[in-house]
Ligand binder design. Structure first.
Ligand SMILES: Cn1ncc2cc([C@H](O)c3cccc(CNC(=O)c4cc(-c5ccc(F)cc5)cc(O)c4O)c3)ccc21
Ligand SMILES: [Mg+2]
Length: 216
């Protein structure tokens, strides 16, 4: 059976990237996906916005929803301080296994744990099973209709604290209208929109940053 696009991305990283060098893995994926096959990585343009917000937040515990090939997990993990860690949830076993290999090639596997399953099943386990107290940073990049329900679930599970930062990809394209409706009129969140473009395309897209203000 012929290979998947994600397998081809792993091949090009394995062949061309410098082992242990996260920047070279990111560049390799961006080159391949802009020249050969488009793929839904956050990409280099929105990636720079992600970098800045991660650096400003300097998080100790990060949750990512939607690992895919591990591009944004590597992007975030490479900026984390020594003891900090990133948990990333992926339900698709092929994506999870490819992401694991790409994350190892990047050399950030000591900071990253891939949790296999659906976000709605794993989020309620984070405190007891994965010893998470509070989340400092959450990157939402999974199914767009799950952004709002999973944000509510994070609150309900007591995983957000005053100042927790949520960053959501694709709020223009493909769009996450229910999430935007929920988060922007919500007095518990302070929102900012970062205009950019869809990865590797001239199409407009944006990311939404939402800072949790606390339960009161
Ligand atoms: C519940 N749960 N828990 C964990 C978990 C993990 C996943 C997977 O990682 C997964 C699989 C398929 C799709 C996504 C969402 N991503 C997108 O749909 C997307 C699309 C485009 C785009 C843009 C233009 C196009 F023409 C086509 C697609 C650009 C983007 O940046 C995207 O993020 C995520 C799914 C549900 C999950
Ligand atoms: Mg995305």
């Amino acid at each position: 059976m012929d290979q998947s696009k994600e397998q081809r991305i792993l091949n090009t990283v394995s062949y061309n990237a410098i082992k242990g060098n996260p920047e070279s893995v990111l560049d390799c994926i961006d080159k391949y996906c802009s020249k050969s096959e488009w793929a839904m990585n956050v990409g280099d343009e929105k990636g720079l916005i992600l970098d800045k917000i991660v650096e400003e937040t300097n998080p100790s515990v990060v949750l990512e929803l939607g690992t895919y090939c591990g591009y944004s997990a590597i992007r975030i993990a490479r900026l984390l301080k020594p003891k900090a860690r990133l948990l990333t949830i992926e339900f698709n076993p092929e994506f999870a296994s490819i992401a694991k290999e790409i994350i190892e090639i990047a050399g950030v596997n000591d900071k990253v744990t891939i949790l296999e399953g659906h976000s709605e099943d794993i989020i309620p386990q984070l405190k007891k099973k994965y010893e998470v107290e509070k989340l400092d940073f959450v990157f939402l990049d999974h199914w767009k209709e799950r952004y709002a329900p999973d944000t509510i679930l994070l609150e309900e599970c007591g995983l957000l604290r005053k100042g927790s930062v949520l960053l959501a990809d694709n709020i223009i394209y493909p769009g996450a209208p229910e999430f935007i409706k929920y988060i922007r009129n919500n007095k518990h969140f302070e929102c900012t929109t970062f205009l950019s473009h869809l990865e590797y395309m001239k199409v407009e897209d944006a990311m939404e940053k939402a800072v949790y203000l606390g339960p009161e």
